[in-house]
Design a protein around this ligand. Structure first.
Ligand SMILES: Nc1ncnc2c1ncn2[C@@H]1O[C@H](COP(=O)(O)OP(=O)(O)OP(=O)(O)O)[C@@H](O)[C@H]1O
Ligand SMILES: [Mg+2]
Length: 221
């Protein structure tokens, strides 16, 4: 097997990179794939997330900390590519970090979670530039902007959607709403799938995101 690689990137802190990395990794693993999350962030949030799981219900994907590899993370990931169906790289937020660029060099898909507000859109301009630069080298790199923490019918979200065409990255069809269960899943070291009926709407949107991402990567659903 040769893993498909997703780099979850945005220089803006708190946009949902780790949440999307872990929920997506868990959901892809639950469909029978061997999935690895590469925690490329020195904050170690993804690593702590998986470590919070109970021994009798481990997180469904493996997590490895590779933040020390810094701008050479693509070399380390390359060594693992034959061992997994899918590798998701959770990148750090810092604008001056060499990690996102390195991760994008070997990625099939750049996934950019963004909170729909003008401030967050402006802050994401930096990562758009990085994606464009890397695309000259990694010509098959695809990219999707993904709205996270959406609060429907707010004017801010609508204004954000209006400026999107100028932004230059295709918008993912799936959006994630602001929901408490996303925070709770992190506390329990699980995906929303483990939280019972109160999480059913969140499970539905994560499954939809999973379908969309597997389609883009041409992986079996
Ligand atoms: N859709 C959502 N609904 C509710 N809370 C969310 C949602 N997505 C993320 N959060 C919460 O927002 C916070 C930031 O999310 P997360 O850690 O995933 O962002 P990040 O981009 O990885 O942050 P950093 O840049 O620090 O790595 C966390 O407390 C997380 O639980
Ligand atoms: Mg994070």
């Amino acid at each position: 097997m040769t893993a498909k690689i997703i780099a979850v990137v945005n220089q803006k802190g708190g946009s949902g990179k780790t949440t999307v990395s872990m929920q997506l990794a868990g959901a892809i693993a639950r469909r029978g794939n061997k999935v690895l999350v590469v925690d490329a962030d020195p904050q170690g949030t993804a690593t702590r997330w998986a470590a919070s799981a109970e021994d009798d219900a481990p997180f469904p994907a493996s997590v490895v900390g590779l933040s020390a590899a810094s701008g050479k993370v693509h070399r380390e990931v390359k060594k693992l590519i034959d061992d997994y169906d899918c590798i998701i790289i959770d990148c750090p937020p810092a604008a001056d970090s060499p990690v996102p660029q390195s991760a994008l060099l070997i990625a099939d898909l750049a996934l950019v979670p963004i909170i729909p507000s003008p401030l967050d859109m402006w802050a994401a301009v930096g990562i758009r530039q990085v994606i464009q630069n890397v695309s000259d080298i990694n010509e098959t790199l695809q990219a999707r902007l993904m709205m996270n923490q959406c609060q429907p019918n707010t004017t801010l979200a609508q204004e954000t959607l209006e400026v999107l065409p100028e932004f230059g990255i295709v918008l993912a069809q799936t959006q994630l709403r602001h929901r408490q269960v996303y925070r709770q899943a992190a506390v329990f070291g699980q995906t929303v799938h483990s939280l019972g009926s109160k999480a059913s709407a969140a499970v539905e949107e994560i499954e939809k995101l999973t379908d969309e991402v597997l389609d883009i990567l041409r992986m079996k659903k």
